[in-house]
Write a protein of this length. Sequence first.
Lengths: 329, 312
Amino acid sequence: MARSFELNTTLSNLRDLKASDLSPYDAIYLGNITCRLYEANLLERPDDLREAIAAVKSQGLKAYVTSYAAPRNDFLPRLRKAFNVAAEAGADAVEVHNLGVLKIVREAHPELPVHIGGFANVYTDAGAEVLKRFGAIRITPNYELSLEEIGQIQRQVEIPMELLIHGKMPLGISDYCFLLEYEEAWGMKCPDLCQQDLFLRQGNWAMKSIGKGVLSGHDVCMLAHLLGLAVEGHTHFRIEAVSESPAYRLEVGRVYREALERAFAGIDRTEERWWETIRGHARIGLCNGFYFGKSGMEYVGARRGAEASGLGRPGTDLLQLSQVKGVIR
Amino acid sequence: MSRILHRVDVPILLAPAGDPTAAVAALESGADAIYVGLKGWSRGGAKGELTGEELLEVLAAVHAQGRKLQVALNVIPGQGERRYLIGRVAELIGWGIDGVIVNDPGLLAELRARYPGLSITASIGAAAMNGADVAFYRDLGAEAVVLPGTLSPDELRAAAQIPDVRIEVMIHMVEEFLMLGKCWMPSYYRVNPTPLAELQGEGSRLVGSVKRGGVGVCFKVCEQPWGLYLNGQQVTERLLPSRQISPINQVSDILDAGVDVIKLQGRSLSPDLLAPLVRRYRAAIDAWLNGTPLPPVHHEPSLDQSWTVARR
């Protein structure tokens, strides 16, 4: 089992960067992948991006520059500028969700390490192999994959996989922001609209609206499974907190920092205070995403029969991942 | 002689067919080529896929008229499934199909390495949106890349400037709230593995997953009413935006931009809905070829039934 790991998160703009205590994290992805009009999006502001990279690095953290999930042709010049800034300012890597953008980065900045983002649709070992051949050094597989499938890819292709271990999982991206329809009725304008507390609900189904995309309503929570992830050889973890408050970033980040350190020391125990923090920040509930081969909204606790909402009683006694797989098959 | 590798001198009208009678209707209505789904291996859904026997029947009909047939294999197969599928493609090539449509870069690369002469199209599910994407898929081995009809003629012009790859535009399509190829909302709520009979327990389709489903792929949670909550209070109930696009009056601009293939969505369309749709686009392409204006009847796309794509 590896002894070290990386815990990272995402920030969209300088305001969020300045408001956030990033001490639980090892690395920060900079930029908003959803919308060019997101307030002060770092991908649209080269000077801000330069300042953000410097600020992150001055804290001893790695600075990664992300990029748009679905860029149209007129996005590309801005992305080229952002990658130029990334290279000049010493960013540690760029993240791409789009295969054309991968080609652009590799041609313009072959020295920049490239991470593949979750919207790039890596579903198979063959897909991962192609992207490795095109220069990728790390892959966030598509969120629909199970841990079993992810492990298979990691072993076959020998490329690190980055896993979303907590936060709201992206479910899709749109070319159309329907929130703009409410500017008059709500007395608010873009770019404030998508930063409101907005959920779409239908019975017990829920998702968070961010205008040009939707996130899972439930927070993905892998707190009960970190030892299993470590045993499986995973070492890169993300808390997806781009649409969350600075308090969420800090407090959830602290929980996972402590929990990961314990898991990587081989210790098999979670603390009730961790769960209290997690519960306190989960608006709708908890889920495990697709990691256990179920629909993304389900919560597979360490105990058989854990409640789907995840807010019931998440297990405090960890099981090995292999045992957990045994439960859900 | 092609101007550039894989490009065409005369634009192609590529029509869907979900069964042999739809294929005949499309051919009679003026399609230059047909695409079909192979049962269990395409996103087409129960009504949009053909058995091997039906595929052979359609292939004979298409080739008898000197037209071409593409086979959509646009689900993302798992590892064991992929080995089977790659072998199955050899059989399809033996039958004489004119190309396959795929959306996984890994499968595309493997097929290119295994079958150097095979025409491979990067499906709309591959989510290409810009010229750089087109160049990437060309480098990977695609002869053609499908772009969504939501792109403007200027965007298509930029894509068409990428050499040595054919540009297809899905001009008649449903634009859903979440982009095709960038959506896994249905499987977040419900996903059911369904064994693939031909693989005898070695593979399954994930019903509910847009990318890995097959028959009955997506249960369209996006088309159901959702309550929109602001700060915990419901402010409205609404449908997520989606629309039928069919900009037939832009065909000349799109072809002027250098697009090679006008593609129509709708493998689940019945022959009586498909035929008039194909005829209208045939007329639009012919008008462009002849340098004549689009017949007035086609200027404003009507919203009668023939313009409704049955949901996949």
